[in-house]
Design a protein around this ligand. Sequence first.
Ligand code: WT7
Length: 662
Amino acid sequence: MADEPETPGATIEDYLLEDRTFPPPPAFKAVALVVDTTMYDAANEDFEGFWARQAADLITWQRPWDTVLDWQLPFAKWFVGGRLNASENCLDRHVEAGLGERVAFHWEGEPGDTRTLTYADLLAEVQRFANVLKGLGVEKGDRVAIYMPMIPELPVALLACARVGAAHSVVFGGFSADSLSDRINDAECKVVVTADGGWRRGQPGLLKPTVDVALASTPSVEHVVVVDRIASSGGEAEVAMTDGRDHWYHELMAEAATECAPEPMDSEDLLYLLYTSGTTGKPKGIMHTTGGYLTQVAFTHKYVFDLHPETDVYWCTADVGWVTGHSYIVYGPLANGATSVMYEGTPDTPGRDRFWDLVERYQVSILYTAPTAIRTFMKWGAAEPEKHDLSSLRVLGSVGEPINPEAWIWYHEHIGASRCPIVDTWWQTETGAIMISPLPGATTTKPGSATFPLPGIAAELVDNDAEVVPRGGGYLTLTRPWPAMLRGIYGDPERYRDTYWSRFEGRYFAGDGAKIDSDGYLWVLGRVDDVMNISGHRISTTEVESALVDNPKVAEAAVVGAKDDVTGQAIVAFVTLRGGVEPGAGVGEELRDHVANKIGKISRPKTIVFTDDLPKTRSGKIMRRLLRDVAEGRELGDTTTLADPAVVEEIRKRAMSAPSDD
Ligand code: WT7
């Protein structure tokens, strides 16, 4: 057995329950089981043919492709020569098929206000907004930044961009002004779509003031469109509108023409950019194109969730600010003509049963959420879901980080009533769509294992020498191109090659450590690079370190993700202050706020440990692994490579008494 790669947080012992298996529940009666397990063999024999069949079955093409795959490692082109439009696939074709009155979104605001959008409604609003964008000078090939709360205008904005052939770049509403302007500048966005704010825990969380700060340093932006979410729902939102630059959404919409033909797009035209943290301080603009992406998100959404669009009500609780929302709130479900629930706020407002209340009232049958949410619900207790009738649920999904068996079993028993299959879906911003997952009703699951690569996908573990590891621990790699794969990093083809394709020749390296057990089940253990996973969100240690040293009080900083019972990992920062600055709770609070202001609230360190020195190797590299051990209160490993071993002992003592941000 090969050595397991060093993974933060979880160890294989935490996860491995090889003996605990869950066969497809006998009571699981798919309306008509869409899952066909013979797909695996067919797909393995001819993966290009397999994907071509999916593309033909699930997607409507304006012009058929000439070549299924053009693979010049590491650059792939799928369905070369094909033409299509993503918004036409998500909207027009359903309306033309007579499904205009089917609900696309049951939307609910946090205060309890609701909106029902049928496919016909959504098509009408998207066409108008596409005309608004055109009126503001947006053309095919341009980039549009989107910084919005979870309101219907958000999917409308994405689809309107797709309709006119502009790439969207969604920036999660929790990101700071600096993060927003960096992303806008990297892609040279022409227009920003935003809102006055959104509701969070009963309060208006304002967005427009952050946009105003960001736009002080974004020369490419010509126009801003602002949805009056707070103002139109009884809240107070002071919004400064810059003459000639800023426009109210409802005013532009009132004047916009009602029809806008979908722009014919090449299969390989850019559909969107989505920035994600890497191991350096600079986020990567992940590029997704049109034909292959749409094919794989539609395929996975249909088969992984056993979707029956005529009868299912599907709810993905993610925010469209992350890839999960792009693929499994917008493009996948809409391409399949599904009915979705979309919710603006947090699960604890007004009460801790808000999610279960939503499930009951909308009769949700497929629920897709994150381990961190499940662990929070566990902490709140089973009495909350028990207040509601959850018998509409049929399939449960998990995404974003490894799910610990305890949380899996709780989800299975208390939410799924031991009746619903759980699909633990492994994928990444870069993969665009689900890659490794059980198929409900077909795969015998094990709590904590993502089980097997889906049909058409090939994954292997390798050791440090790139030797394949058939059983045991190794690095997770993908050995074949897949339709929804990233096409590159915007403006940086070399970084694309270096990050994903150079560590193991001919293989895509996912950055995760994993294990294959004696039954061949795959267990994803976590990142093996300097990337943390906080509540399923990817945060780079280097980015947080840069934000810390940007504060004049800080001389040096080292950041690690330490195991956390709810969020998976939590950010712990070891900080050396400049001479003359005294450590203390006040400085700690100031530094935490500083990071939140620089990057965003999700990057706010939970704990700050002040130290006179940091443990370094002789070559000056900070030993994060050691700091992680300290932060997790583990036994210290071999410290002989330290410049000053005494530092570690000192740090360990201080970590024991450091205040944290609970
Ligand atoms: C990283 C990707 C996929 C959308 C949300 C996160 C971790 C994701 C699982 C899972 C174990 C998982 C990996 C991966 N991850 N899903 N089911 N089991 N780990 O997207 O921000 O691009 O992060 O999330 O570490 O590399 P992302």
